[in-house]
Design a binder for this molecule. Structure first.
Ligand code: NAD
Length: 354
């Protein structure tokens, strides 16, 4: 790791901006030297937390001591703030969703290329333990070849905050949480997307979606059901994954869950019919004890370079970004496709081939 200390300014000192400030207190190479926010109350909050407050964004850009700008504003202004920072010779960390439209990210990428500055998106949920557990099961074929993935987050508190209820600043749950779950999915499944079907929910009466479901089919034959809900008083498991040799489930953020795998090559009794409602079924009877093994979820190795350390390694040209802009762009294009699929009620085909 480097000996240089990188000076960073947080632009947008709201919920996430102040969370970054807290996380960065632990970081040895990044020094938060100030903040900028357009709201007086958030400037005061930053001062109370002990940070310098810049009077204008121009003042941030003009400060030669600033190496890095971290953008944690609502989504519609990420692009203009990012491009101005890159043109002022600063590297940029940007919150997700990077922009609302993929064309805007392309513009940012061009400026980053032209200015030779680094632009990295904070897709922090690639480091989540629940995801890394599923990724390990997937990569190491612990339940055989995975052919179906269900990834859900569900709450019962509606859409949070203020601007997230509005279309213009990039509100709605597909852009807010969907971007995380889709980013995880595409980071894990190395196959082209062929079909996309989607359904957005507007039950709360907002102008933006309060949740969605999308079904994605990959060229390798596997499927994914991604779901975000804010009107779910009972939650389904965070992950439910099926493979050719078993099933894995993760119930919650505490990584409660299990793996059940089929015991191949063992003589076991065929399942006995059970009474199911008004009928009998053998098909839906639980497998006999000898037919399956239940095990704990695997432990994940969390030695992957942290997000912030990776940004510094990227700036110093010592590593590739863990979150690549081309990957972020693909996720944004998928989000655009999901919006179209939901609006037209069509299945979008051959997403990745054009
Ligand atoms: P927030 O409303 O709490 O904070 C946004 C702040 O930006 C406010 O203080 C607002 O005054 C300020 N702001 C608005 N326009 C500005 C401008 N032009 N210049 C400077 N400041 C400006 O919102 P939030 O929940 O903190 O979300 C901010 C961003 O962080 C969003 O992009 C959101 O999607 C993202 N976010 C990411 C995660 C994650 O896990 N990665 C979690 C929460 C939020």
């Amino acid at each position: 790791m480097t000996n240089k200390l990188y000076n960073l300014v947080i632009v947008g000192y709201g919920g996430m901006g102040s969370y970054h400030a807290k996380l960065l207190k632990e970081n040895q190479t990044i020094n938060v030297i100030g903040t900028f926010d357009i709201l007086e109350e958030r400037r005061i909050a930053a001062l109370v937390d002990g940070y310098k407050v810049y009077e204008s964004y121009e003042a941030v850009l003009a400060d030669k001591n600033v190496d890095l700008v971290l953008i944690a504003t609502p989504n519609d202004v990420h692009k203009e703030i990012a491009i101005a920072a890159l043109n002022a010779n600063k590297h940029v960390i940007c919150e997700k969703p990077v922009t609302i439209y993929s064309e805007d990210l392309k513009e940012i990428m061009k400026v980053a290329e032209a200015t030779q500055r680094k632009f990295v998106v904070h897709q922090n949920r690639r480091w989540d333990k629940d995801f890394l557990t599923i990724k390990k099961i997937y990569d190491e074929t612990i339940i055989g070849n995975v052919f179906h993935i269900e990834s859900r987050v569900q709450g019962a508190n509606g859409i949070p905050g203020d601007w997230r209820h509005l279309k213009a600043p990039g509100g709605g749950m597909l852009l807010d949480w969907g971007v995380h779950l889709l980013d995880q999915l595409l980071f894990m499944v190395d196959s082209k997307i062929t079909n996309v079907y989607a359904n957005l929910s507007y039950v709360l009466g907002d102008e933006v979606d309060d949740g969605f479901q999308t079904i994605i089919t990959f060229e390798n034959g596997s499927t994914a059901l991604i779901e975000v809900g804010t009107t779910n008083f009972i939650q389904l498991p965070r992950w439910y994954v099926k493979g050719t040799a078993g099933t894995a489930v993760i119930e919650d953020w505490n990584i409660t869950g299990k793996i059940v795998t089929q015991n191949f090559g063992v003589d076991f009794e065929a399942p006995k019919p059970i009474q199911a409602g008004q009928g009998l079924t053998k098909t839906m009877a639980p497998p006999s004890e000898a037919a399956v093994s239940t095990s704990d979820l695997p432990e994940v190795d969390q030695t992957m370079e942290s997000f912030y350390d990776n940004v510094i390694s990227v700036i110093e040209e010592k590593a590739e970004p863990i979150v690549k802009n081309t990957e972020v762009l693909r996720v944004l294009r998928l989000i655009e496709t999901i919006f179209k699929a939901a609006e037209t009620n069509e299945v979008f085909k051959d997403f990745d081939t054009y």
